[in-house]
Design a protein around this ligand. Structure first.
Ligand code: FMN
Length: 211
């Protein structure tokens, strides 16, 4: 996203204290027919360092877990008992941002380039976007037993990851979902609270060799 996001966030009192960054409205028309996107879906582990344009980032995040029914606030991905407990964090060269689905904004949570901490494979440090799926257990009902909660939370992150896979297939982007993450180190770097848990990460960018 490079200069685009940076410029958007430098309004007001400057980058360090910038408020939420408003993303352009997602483009909900068009895209590849679903059956073709399913045919094209695959994992890729080589990325161009080219930044994602803001519109592509907007579309990606809406596809991931955006609000598709404003009346209820429900999302493009299902969630167990409508907990909506998975936060999508966006790690870029410019910092880490939290996607707010109802507002369709990004809010900076950490300064600096933490991409390399989002996984244990070399490409994560240079992929332009690494999404991190973080469960907020404060939004999970305690009446479910611990095993059940863990299964549901993992499933909920998986649905978001698959939305991202299908969007990427449709938009000509490369992506891979990743379980190989040093969750403790990443949680510390992201300053997560005790009830927040890193579930999965997912790299997104243009395929290597595009330019
Ligand atoms: C829960 C989960 C965790 C995964 N973790 C990693 C990972 O840490 N690193 C990686 O390169 N691929 C990871 N993958 C991607 C799989 O290796 C990949 O989906 C599989 O090889 C099948 O390839 P395909 O996605 O192209 O069909 C993961 C996939 C899933 C569903």
């Amino acid at each position: 996203m490079g200069a685009g996001l940076l410029m958007m966030s430098m309004t007001g009192s400057g980058l360090a204290h910038a408020g939420p960054i408003k993303l352009p409205p997602p483009e909900m028309a068009g895209g590849m027919p679903l059956m073709q996107a399913l045919k094209a879906r695959h994992s890729a582990r080589e990325f161009s360092s080219e930044a994602l344009p803001q519109q592509v980032l907007s579309n990606l995040l809406w596809a991931a877990n955006g609000v598709n029914r404003p009346d209820s606030g429900k999302r493009t991905a299902p969630s167990a008992r409508d907990w909506r407990e998975i936060d999508v964090l966006v790690a870029t060269a410019e910092g880490v941002f939290r996607y707010d689905p109802p507002a369709h904004t990004l809010t900076r949570v950490v300064d600096g380039d933490l991409r390399g901490l989002t996984g244990m494979q070399d490409f994560v440090a240079t992929a332009p976007v690494n999404l991190v799926y973080v469960a907020d257990h404060d939004r999970v009902s305690e009446d479910a037993d611990a095993d059940r909660r863990a299964r549901f939370v993992a499933a909920d992150a998986g649905f978001i990851a698959q939305n991202v896979y299908l969007f990427c297939a449709s938009a000509g982007l490369a992506t891979v979902v990743r379980g190989l993450v040093d969750r403790e180190a990443l949680a510390k770097a992201l300053k997560l609270g005790a009830n927040q848990q890193v579930i999965l990460a997912q790299s997104v960018g243009y395929p290597a060799g595009r330019h």
